[in-house]
Design a protein around this ligand. Structure first.
Ligand SMILES: Cc1ncc(COP(=O)(O)O)c(C=O)c1O
Length: 410
């Protein structure tokens, strides 16, 4: 949907030129931004689309009868169609705008019927966004969380998954790609196994939708959570995809304007999805920015981007793998451009701070995945994550900076 037929040939320098922030310096060094899994930088097209809307056509959506309201509503709904196109959703009506992936998962967890003793199946490598909303159900409704183990690389045992799904399972909620190990999960098989027992599946696609193409229709998944700021869009915008019948069966989570049909003193009825889940003024400018990001991405050759990111991942894994004082976490073959590692005798926070002095931005900590840290037997890792704008020579810069960090910390 909306994708132009002619794609621009992949040229990393040309792409970098479209991201103004990449030309800045940090501590008098050229910036090597290796933290895109936390949040990606924004191309000029996104910055300009949001500024142009504020300068030229802005009003609140859906409720106005004047020109600016109608124009903005059109732009907002066009953004919904762009997200539907990105995710392969059959209809824009199946896309609920949220403030991010976290809110998308909360809408599902708060919207399903749960009785004491009902079960939710999760993997141990989930982001807290796909853990804590289910913990709320455990605390508040007596739900039982059933945890699927992984192997050291983030691989999933499908037979073990099958065995965890029982008559009380109400949802399988699992990541489509780990934000720590980069491991991609076998989503289609997970869905098939869960559906064979009549259990719906929520995939956390906050990372997967950035590093590969997603087709929720082909996956047959029931819910898909997506966040915009990792896909070169602004913060404050994400989406929940749901099958029409699944969205229709969800109780609304937040109440307010626009999500209703009739409000009287003694009763309230609700609007149809997706508006039922979009209480209050939605993130309008952010949706416009997200559409610009998707349109921009659609002008690129996604296969070439995937090849470039795979080359970055392979080069980083090979370069760090040669250092016998670096321990790599997650060597899955089917892995996105995320490389987590530990350095013998050094805390990841110290490593990240020393790297920052050399212009290299990486992340260190538990990455909002404490159960995974516990499973790996570490308290934190360092993580370098790559995007389409990273250059191979930034891996040399990373390695050089790591050598310096080791010298300073040993
Ligand atoms: C796998 C995964 N799920 C969920 C989230 C939460 O996304 P957001 O903070 O945009 O809501 C993140 C963000 O780091 C993530 O990596």
């Amino acid at each position: 949907m909306n994708a132009p037929l002619i794609k621009r040939p992949f040229d990393v320098e040309a792409i970098r030129a479209e991201f103004p922030i990449l030309s800045r310096q940090v501590h008098s060094r050229p910036l090597a931004y290796l933290d895109s899994a936390a949040s990606a930088q924004k191309p000029e097209a996104v910055i300009e689309a949001m500024a142009a809307a504020m300068r030229g056509s802005f009003a609140n959506v859906h409720r106005g009868l004047h020109t600016l309201a109608n124009e903005t509503t059109g732009a907002f709904e066009a953004a919904r169609a762009a997200v539907a196109g990105l995710l392969g959703a059959p209809s824009p009506e199946q896309i609920v705008f949220t403030k991010g992936g976290t809110q998308a998962i909360n809408i599902v967890a708060n919207g399903i019927e749960i009785a004491s003793g009902d079960e939710i199946v999760l993997s141990v490598m989930e982001h807290h966004s796909n853990i804590v909303p289910w913990h709320f159900l455990r605390e508040r409704k007596g739900a039982v969380l059933r945890w699927l183990d992984i192997d050291d690389d983030g691989g999933i045992d499908l037979e073990a998954l099958d065995a965890l799904i029982g008559p009380r399972t109400k949802m399988v909620a699992i990541t489509h790609m780990s934000n720590v190990l980069g491991a991609k999960t076998p989503a289609a098989e997970i869905v098939r196994i869960a559906h064979a027992k009549g259990v719906p599946v929520l995939l956390d696609g906050c990372q997967a939708a950035v590093h590969g193409r997603v087709d929720v229709g082909a996956l047959d998944v029931d819910f898909y959570a997506f966040t915009g700021h990792k896909l070169y869009g602004p913060t404050g915008i994400g989406a929940l995809y749901g099958k029409a019948e699944r969205l229709a069966a969800l109780r609304p989570f937040e109440g307010g304007g626009e999500m209703i049909d009739i409000v009287e003193q003694g009763r309230v009825t609700y609007n149809a999805p997706p508006h039922r889940f979009e209480a209050g003024t939605p993130p309008i400018l952010e949706a416009i920015g997200l559409k610009a990001a998707i349109d921009w991405l659609n002008t690129q050759d996604r296969a070439a981007i995937e090849a470039h990111e795979a080359a970055l991942r392979d080069a980083a894994m090979a370069a760090l793998g040669e250092l016998n004082w670096v321990r790599l976490h997650g060597r899955a073959v089917d892995k996105g451009a995320i490389v987590s590692f530990s350095i013998d005798g050094a805390h990841p926070h110290d490593v990240a701070q020393i790297l920052d002095r050399q212009g290299v931005a990486i992340r260190a900590g538990h990455h909002c995945a404490q159960p995974l840290m516990q499973r790996l037997g570490v308290t934190a890792t360092a993580r370098a994550s790559f995007a389409l704008y990273n250059r191979l020579d930034e891996i040399d810069t990373l390695v050089e900076a790591l050598h310096k960090a080791r010298k300073l910390l040993s």
